[in-house]
Design a protein around this ligand. Structure first.
Ligand code: NAP
Length: 285
């Protein structure tokens, strides 16, 4: 164990928890792990981790990371861990409300608490592609930064422990919408025999062009000024109508574009037809 190495407890050795523990071992930290099914600790023990028989045993470390499937499964484990006076970094995904609830509980127990969400897959942990967002106690975050940096780029968002979960869901929403749009596109071009292999490169370059629109949309949303001389909402709403009509004619489902069509049509009906697409946010809010 090097001079700057810490004792780190890891509660939960699912796909993600095992990746976190593995990265910490790779960085030379002294890692003590606990999992409901101890058998999953095997490969980590081979690499030098120690197995805790109970959550409380893993919680005697300098810092404890928790990564279980849900907040509901996590709560009894945290309660059993006897963390009073210790530092907990919660990396289980959930809602902002769930994160704030645990933060409140942690404060009542005298636990130093930071809530984090992992914007990466287990294979990315410990590589530059991983980013982990944090909210909660900035002092605790700063004190554990050396450990957190091992897992992925740490980004501190603010004192509200619910912020990381809020960002997580907002960012995942972008991912799911994009994937939904892409799958619809593959189904549509597939009706004429166009393969994913042929279509995907065009979708990729189109997506990077679409990404270029985001800063402008953000500026319009921030100012509430939706004037445009580029592309008005009514033209886009009409385009969505064409997509729904064509999808139906080609014999595929319309759920993905129909949801957006309904939203855009409502914004047009509310008087935003000549405005930019950014004005649709008025119907979402
Ligand atoms: P996973 O592979 O399904 O592992 C779930 C973990 O929770 C295991 O350690 C499991 O223990 C434990 N668990 C489940 N129910 C339990 C209970 N009742 N009591 C005690 N332990 C229980 O899930 P994962 O992929 O590691 O995900 C863990 C967290 O990371 C989730 O909140 C997930 O949203 C988040 N996350 C995952 C990814 C990803 O790509 N995997 C990405 C970002 C964030 P057993 O081994 O005993 O079943």
């Amino acid at each position: 164990m090097g001079e700057s190495a810490k004792q780190v407890g890891v509660l939960g050795l699912g796909r993600m928890g095992a990746a976190l523990a593995g990265a910490l071992l790779g960085a030379g930290h002294d890692v003590v792990v606990w999992n409901r099914s101890p058998v999953k600790a095997g490969p980590l023990l081979d690499r030098g981790a120690r197995l805790a028989a109970t959550p409380a045993e893993a919680a005697s470390a300098d810092v404890v990371l928790s990564c279980l499937s849900t907040y509901d499964t996590q709560r009894p484990v945290l309660e059993a861990a006897a963390l009073a006076g210790r530092t907990l970094v919660n990396l289980t995904s959930g809602t902002p409300e769930q994160a704030r609830d645990v933060a409140k509980w942690a404060s009542s127990q005298g636990i130093n608490y930071v809530d984090g969400v992992i914007m990466a897959v287990p294979q990315g942990i410990g590589t530059p592609s991983a980013r982990i967002l944090y909210g909660g106690s900035e002092t605790t975050f700063a004190a554990q930064r050396d450990v957190l940096e091992v897992l992925g780029e740490p980004v501190f968002l603010g004192a509200d422990a619910g912020l990381a979960a809020l960002y997580d869901l907002a960012l995942l929403g972008i991912m799911w919408s994009t994937m939904g749009g892409f799958l619809h596109a593959l189904a549509l071009v597939g009706t004429e025999g166009v393969t994913p292999e042929k279509f995907t490169p065009m979708a990729l370059s189109w997506l990077s062009a679409v990404g270029g629109f985001l800063p402008g949309i953000g500026t319009q949303v921030a100012s509430g000024a939706y004037e445009t001389d580029v592309s008005a909402l009514d033209i886009n709403a009409a385009g969505l109508g064409l997509l729904v009509e064509t999808s139906r004619a080609q014999g595929i489902g319309t759920t993905v574009p129909a949801a957006l069509q309904e939203l855009f049509d409502r914004a047009v009906a509310a008087g935003h037809g000549a405005h930019a697409i950014a004005s649709v946010i008025e119907e979402i809010r």
